[in-house]
Design a protein around this ligand. Sequence first.
Ligand code: HEC
Ligand code: HEC
Ligand code: HEC
Length: 377
Amino acid sequence: MTFLRVMGFSIALLAFYAIFSNSLPQVEPDLSEPVEVSTDGLDMDGMIVLGEKLFSGKGTCTLCHNNLGRAPDTLEMDLAAAFAERLADPGYQGIAAGGEGPEAVETYIRESLQDPSAYVVAGFGKKGTNDRESPMPIVDGPPIELSNVEMNAVIAFLQDRASMDPTVPLPSAEEAPSEEEPSGEGMVEAPVTDALAAIGKFNCSACHDLDGSGADLGPALGGIANRMNRTALMGAILDPNAEIAEGYDEGLMPDDLGEEMHASELLLIVDYLMALPEPEPSDENDEEGPATNAIDALDNHGCGGCHDLDGSEAELGPKLNGIANRMSREELKAAILDPNAVISQGFEAELMPDDFADDIVDSEMTLILDYLMNLPE
Ligand code: HEC
Ligand code: HEC
Ligand code: HEC
């Protein structure tokens, strides 16, 4: 297993070099054997050292980030000044835009690593894209595949080069997310380090049907990548009231997630959601568009669950068989659309759903009325 993974990695790496070596001046990164480094209990100094190793080794960063002009010469330039400049650049619209200080720099670097095209340093874009697309590979995907801890280490290394105290979480935080631990005074709660923990921390599935949680206060998020791109998704999370998803209530989704979340948590959630598949269509045809016959239409809206309808014998609402003897077609329609206008004697008010006007489309309503008006006692 381990052998296979090492093989796979080496092959991917070879392919990577084969592609880039044609277009690159030859610089040999230090590829001294890809040793498995144990990251357990590493402290911040250890993270910085690991980051430095990764930068010239497994990360292959020096393949491009060197003095040959293919990418910013990260190890030689004044990083503190460069990062401050990027964050303040009006052309930078990414998640740390306008921010300052080590946290913002962490976010900026992490975004550079996971979504290089979010900001392209002027003059370094892919040819012909007018600096819109970065030639830099995503470093947590193949072939480089840095793990979360490794990415944090690289970020710590670069923060240290920029003369600031690294703000990344230590690997120990990964093993034991300090969920319920009372945090000491003045301590900022450490970010959680996997997507599901982040989603749990912010209770997204209390309102969204996430992998079958069934909640429906907000839109289901499966297949969201078909509806929006990464940037729009981040926007929808950070500024939910800028655009309200059709059919849902405004002001319900918390609008302070941007302040509550660590940037790393946002990225975890976004990555997770972008990869979340469209849910399997359920066999019940409740969400599959309007019914095409009266029985299905009545079924979909649960009428027989409260009303005695063709022998369903439910008795929360009045019996519907023979309803034509009691009301006209128009009255019947009104009783369905606005059930609380008139409460049938002996039955409870407010029990019949009052949102059928939104749920029942015209074609279904016609089917239902035709059917009920002709339903014998
Ligand atoms: C195939 C070439 C290539 C590789 C490999 C590469 N980069 Fe880059 N990187 C670039 C280019 C080109 C840019 C400038 C364009 C841009 O902003 O995306 C860049 C930009 C960046 C930036 C933003 C720099 C700034 O000055 O604002 C950071 C941070 C960064 N890379 C880090 C890394 C790290 C860490 C690695 C290794 C894990 C790495 N890169 C690997 C080509 C590469
Ligand atoms: C208290 C309920 C609630 C919570 C908690 C909540 N949301 Fe929402 N969310 C909503 C509602 C309601 C909408 C639709 C209205 C709107 O667009 O603001 C929505 C909209 C969205 C959208 C836009 C979907 C679309 O199809 O347009 C996304 C994406 C989203 N939420 C993600 C999240 C994530 C991620 C979390 C957790 C970090 C979360 N939400 C937590 C209620 C919630
Ligand atoms: C959750 C239970 C419930 C569901 C589901 C429900 N109803 Fe009702 N319905 C009631 C109750 C209780 C009443 C009596 C109180 C009232 O008039 O609001 C009622 C009243 C009615 C009346 C007036 C009957 C009369 O004799 O005055 C009609 C017509 C009716 N419902 C049709 C429907 C149809 C059609 C559906 C499905 C589209 C439906 N209902 C779904 C509970 C329900």
